[in-house]
Design a protein around this ligand. Structure first.
Ligand code: APR
Ligand code: ZN
Length: 359
């Protein structure tokens, strides 16, 4: 696969789940920008993999010793199932786990469960490879959620939604009455926006070049929506000198630098979007120190999977987070190249592959 080469859709076989693993029948899988980063070669990753890392499914079978999840559970698949044993896990920072169970896309000989018909091994992206009808994953990567959670939204809880919501709740810690700027209104940014509104932020300013995204942000509770060329001046005017919190949700140096220009002295900039490995951000060091700015990186929304994912699912079921608004279209697996192309064109928020009858 690559920018000029379509993905291939193939049949493959799966080994039975081994101890500590579960077999999942996928119900939905979101097409995320990180898929595109891999396809377009922005990140050095092995590419003989089953793509997709934002999915949900129903547990079909469990391996020996698995108490959770259970057969029949609706599960959200997480792409950094923590090992529970390394120093990061010991500190209570499982999102920084040094040896996550899906590490290396499960391409090591003893980790491979998916194989081509000719027996050759296939890796699975981040240990979950969700753009497939079935997958064998580590039990710790399958988090049971309320069965009332809509399947398309459950998929988004595996990545975009959790990344944006966790950045607001866990990493930045946005509080009631604070001013918040969200730069980039894709799946991640709109999720962050919903969490900021839910946290009763005093003002939420949404920034995106696309007018449609800005209109959606206003519907979702943003107090203002700006195009990037209006920032930072208009942000500084609306917030009387800069926002308490600025979240960058795209992954570009230019918007990261813009974020630093939108924050008030003593405020917090949280970088959420994944930046290309070759990119560098320029910082006005004098102003940064003089103004006492705090700069945070947010990996996977500083997620504690078994604590945060069921809670966000309940927030959806009980109507506090309208994450269904992120879904632009339900598509069959065969339309995945079109979905990636639409993302390159910045068209729509989220396309979700539906498996089985739902497609
Ligand atoms: N200023 C503001 N917004 C911009 C700009 C810009 N200069 N350029 C693009 N955008 C907007 C796009 O219009 C789009 O609405 O950023 C948004 C990006 O959204 P998506 O492409 O849907 O990306 P998303 O899936 O939300 O992921 C964002 O988080 O998890 C990471 O790898 C992921 O780096 C990616 C980021
Ligand atoms: Zn760990």
């Amino acid at each position: 696969m690559g920018p000029d080469r379509p993905l291939s859709i193939e049949s493959f076989t799966l080994d039975a789940p081994r101890p500590g693993e579960v077999l999942v029948a996928m119900v939905a899988s979101g097409v995320c920008r990180s898929d595109l980063h891999v396809v377009d070669g922005d990140w050095a990753r092995p590419t003989e993999v089953i793509l997709g890392h934002e999915g949900a499914g129903i547990v079909q079978a469990v391996g020996e010793g698995v108490a959770n999840p259970r057969v029949g559970d609706l599960v959200v698949l997480v792409w950094t199932a923590p090992c529970g044993a390394c120093r990061a896990c010991g500190r209570g920072e499982p999102w920084l786990c040094a040896t996550p169970r899906g590490g290396g896309h499960r391409m090591a000989a003893d980790a491979v469960r998916a194989r081509r018909r000719d027996g050759s091994p296939l890796g699975v992206y981040s240990g979950v490879g969700t753009h497939a009808s079935h997958q064998v994953v580590d039990a710790a990567a399958a988090i049971t959620v309320d069965p009332r959670t809509p399947h398309d939204v459950a998929a988004l809880l595996g990545c975009a939604a959790t990344t944006g919501i966790g950045a607001v709740r866990n990493t930045a810690g946005v509080g009631a009455g604070e001013s918040v700027v969200i730069i980039g209104l894709g799946g991640v940014g709109l999720s962050a926006l919903m969490a900021a509104v839910d946290a009763q932020a005093g003002s939420v300013i949404a920034i995106d070049p696309e007018a449609g995204k800005r209109a959606l942000a206003l519907e979702l509770g943003a107090t203002a929506a700006l195009s990037p060329d209006q920032a930072p001046d208009e942000v500084r005017r609306l917030t009387d000198g800069g926002a308490d919190h600025v979240l960058e949700c795209i992954g570009l140096p230019v918007t990261s630098e813009l974020a630093l220009g939108c924050v008030r002295p003593g405020g917090t900039v949280t970088l959420v979007g994944m930046i290309g490995q070759a990119e560098r951000i320029r910082i006005d060091g004098y102003r940064f120190v003089e103004d006492g700015i705090r700069l945070l990186g947010s990996n996977y929304g500083s997620l504690v999977p078994e604590r945060d994912i069921p809670r966000v699912a309940l927030d959806v079921v009980e109507g506090r987070l309208p994450l269904g608004r992120l879904v632009t279209a339900h598509i069959p697996l065969t339309a995945i190249d079109d979905a990636l192309a639409a993302m390159r064109r910045r068209d729509g928020a989220r396309r979700v592959v539906m498996f089985g009858d739902a497609a």
